[in-house]
Design a protein around this ligand. Structure first.
Ligand code: PLP
Ligand code: LYS
Length: 419
């Protein structure tokens, strides 16, 4: 359920007509709905209603905009971060260290230090090597770093291969077969309080079965580790729940997910941690764009929009589908290739797409752009970064300014010795 709806034939974000935003802020622009974010946060929490005191952390990578993070902080969410930058953003948005978990295979020494300085709830350690380094840094301060060991369960999540993270050949976590040894070694280090397990097998999962298989493996490991004398108080089940990108697609709901988790983890006796990203933010945002021109092709016409692969990378990176819809309702239809202005054929949002007929100057949206949209933007072709807007009822605010190519150039230097 999202709050981007037609009213009198015009697409609105909550109560704000999108043409108003296009006119006042310009296009392309990301538009987020506060009501949708809040609703998704509540639906996710309610889905976990059978669990005792779950810790729910938003995966900041999905949408690190400070205003978005603040909305979720107000909903009681903490943060799953994967870099020093994300950690700083979570703190800036008011998330408290007791609700911050730091994941990622390549945390640098400086990032580990930042996590220790901040006193975060948990480091999700992804290798023995990382665990040793963290232990040394914490011990030098006379501290014990609270951490969980991320396990790679070798389960195929059945999603796009670039966003699968739980197969044996993926770089994430410690192989399940090494978990016992790793726990024995790291658990004995004075700098670590290793009391948790973590898992995350991939993103945009359409099916709960792989998650259930992976959680089952974690449950077995939990029993084995306890038998070996380890104390485990927390299990972080990661994120991964998929969302519909196409009208009519159906995905497991947070309630289905919560029921499965409650069933599988019934006897675990731990606090469960969750790191949802896409399911919270995906359908809470659109990328609003204007048609620059419609170019006749030998086959399909090309609808050239002012957004490009640098603004929304998912179609170019993963061949991902985003529904494309005009802002003003129209009955006439066309079959078109929808492309951006960038000098690559990969800058194609859709081919052979049956869509409403559009002409130069029309406004349209790419839907489901609230997660892994603005956050994955680049300045390729010196296009700068598009602004972001948060709508709340009939109000809206620009929550990230446009950063144009000139502002990016200000950060560059041509050394004198080149002349
Ligand atoms: C460790 C970790 N946690 C959480 C997430 C969030 O995943 P999603 O947006 O699919 O919920 C990701 C991304 O896949 C991740 O790598
Ligand atoms: N960037 C990916 C998701 C990556 C998930 C991160 N672990 C996407 O747009 O679908």
């Amino acid at each position: 359920m999202d709050h981007f709806k037609l009213t009198d034939g015009i697409l609105h974000a909550e109560d704000v007509p999108l043409p108003t935003i296009a006119q006042e802020v310009g296009t392309p622009v990301y538009v987020y709905s506060r009501a949708t974010l809040g609703r998704h946060a509540r639906v996710f929490r309610e889905g976990l209603g059978e669990l005792d005191n779950p810790l729910i952390l938003f995966a900041v990578k999905a949408n690190p905009n400070l205003a978005v993070l603040r909305v979720l902080q107000r909903e009681g969410f903490g943060a799953d971060v994967v870099s020093g930058g994300e950690l700083r953003r979570a703190l800036a948005a008011g998330m408290t260290p007791d609700k911050i978990v730091f994941s990622g295979v390549g945390k640098t020494r400086a990032e580990l230090e930042l996590g220790l300085d901040t006193g975060i709830a948990q480091f999700n350690i992804e290798s023995r090597e990382e665990g040793r380094e963290l232990a040394e840094l914490a011990a030098a301060r006379g501290e014990k770093a609270r951490c969980a060991l991320r396990i790679n369960p070798d389960v195929d999540a059945g999603t796009h291969e670039k966003i699968s993270t739980g197969k044996a050949d993926n770089k994430f976590g410690v192989p399940l077969h090494h978990a016992g040894e790793a726990f024995a070694e790291l658990g004995a280090l004075p700098g670590l309080a290793l009391e948790g397990l973590a898992i995350h097998i991939g993103s945009q999962l359409a099916d709960l079965a792989p998650l259930e298989t992976a959680f089952g493996k974690i449950g077995t490991l939990l029993g084995q580790l306890r038998e070996a004398g380890h104390t485990i108080t927390r299990v972080d089940l990661g994120g991964g729940l998929g969302v519909p990108y196409r009208t009519g697609e159906s995905f497991p709901s947070p309630a289905d997910y919560g029921a499965m988790v409650a069933r599988v983890t019934r006897d675990w006796g731990v606090q469960l941690v969750f790191e949802p990203g896409r399911v919270i933010a995906g359908n809470a945002g659109v990328l609003l764009t204007r048609v620059v021109r419609v170019k006749r092709g030998l086959n399909n016409p090309f609808v050239i929009v002012d957004a490009a692969m640098n603004d929304l990378a998912r179609p170019a990176l993963y061949g991902a589908w985003h529904d494309f819809e005009p802002v003003a309702q129209t009955e006439e239809r066309m079959t078109a290739n929808i492309v951006g202005p960038i000098c690559e054929t990969g800058d194609t949002f859709a081919t052979n797409r049956d869509c409403p007929a559009l002409v130069a100057g029309d406004l349209a949206v790419f839907r489901t752009a609230g997660a892994y949209g603005a956050t994955m933007a680049s300045s390729y072709n010196s296009r700068g970064f598009v602004p972001e807007v948060l709508v709340s009822g009939s109000d809206y605010a620009v929550v990230a300014d446009r950063i144009d190519a000139g502002a990016i150039m200000d950060a560059e230097r041509v050394p004198e010795w080149l002349d």
